[in-house]
Design a protein around this ligand. Structure first.
Ligand SMILES: CC(=O)[C@@H](O)[C@H](O)COP(=O)(O)O
Ligand SMILES: NCC(=O)COP(=O)(O)O
Length: 241
């Protein structure tokens, strides 16, 4: 089964545009779960341009599925994890103020840092996932440093999907086979959408979780949030022969 975690950063972006509390991020998270989402993802960036520090604590009180917090492991992020104890922490190598995540970790260059951080987070009782590109050498290193899961950075898959989906998925399918053999859980995210998600799921049978924000929230403008979540869940359902 592949779980759907809804990334609600964009709900906070919309709220912050007017400085008030509409839409209410906590209510939206509760509704996503009520409509079938199996997790809630946030990426509290240091500039708080969408999810704020207060949101991180407020959401902890209501999320009953899987709370997944993404971010660069600086002191602020580690304190949030220690205070809030989400089910999963996803480590992302973003420098501050980047427009959006645009690369995975170099697990060779950052081996010592990531190894220490993984240990620290696991000691808090939190599952760790590392945002990574589908490069076998980097994934082997990720397994060595002790992460529980990897999150495959799927932007390259998403951008090539329309022109050549077989080629687009190739490296991801191969990477997920290796990761699975190495005992790693497999998540995926970035630019996944209603169009490209079913094929990814079909080609990566061991896919544990997808986190989807930008496309899903955009789809919700047309289909409504409940229908949209149901549409994504349908795409992720196992196809029985
Ligand atoms: C880690 C990751 O893949 C990102 O997709 C991220 O959560 C999106 O962040 P923004 O919503 O700030 O673009
Ligand atoms: N980890 C990826 C994520 O949470 C959402 O990415 P996107 O769907 O907003 O591109």
């Amino acid at each position: 089964m592949t779980r759907l975690s809804v990334n609600i950063n964009k709900i906070a972006t919309l709220r912050n545009a007017r400085g008030g509390d509409n839409p209410n991020v906590v209510q939206v998270a509760k509704d996503c779960e009520r409509f079938g989402a199996q997790g809630i993802t946030i990426h509290p960036r240091p500039d708080e341009r969408h999810i704020t520090t207060k949101d991180v604590y407020d959401l902890k009180k209501v999320v009953t599925t899987e709370y997944n917090i993404e971010g660069y492991p600086d002191d602020r992020f580690m304190k949030l994890l220690d205070d809030v104890h989400p089910e999963q922490a996803t480590l992302v190598p973003d420098p501050p103020n980047v427009l959006t995540s645009n690369a995975g970790w170099d697990t060779v260059k950052n081996f010592d840092l990531l190894k220490d951080i993984c240990q620290e987070i696991k000691a808090m009782g939190i599952r760790v996932s590392i945002f990574i590109e589908p490069d076998i050498k980097l994934i082997e290193k990720a397994a060595e440093l002790g992460t529980d899961r990897i999150e495959l950075y799927t932007e390259p898959y998403a951008s090539e999907y329309a022109t050549n989906k077989e080629q687009a998925v190739k490296a991801f399918a191969e990477a997920s086979k290796i990761a699975s053999k190495l005992g790693l859980g497999i998540n995926a995210g970035h630019d996944l959408s209603l169009e490209n998600i079913a094929y990814l799921k079909e080609q990566l049978p061991k896919l544990d979780e997808v986190s989807i924000g930008h496309a899903l929230i955009s789809d919700a403008l047309y289909y409504g949030l409940e229908n949209t979540i149901q549409l994504y869940l349908r795409q992720l359902r196992e196809k029985t022969k």
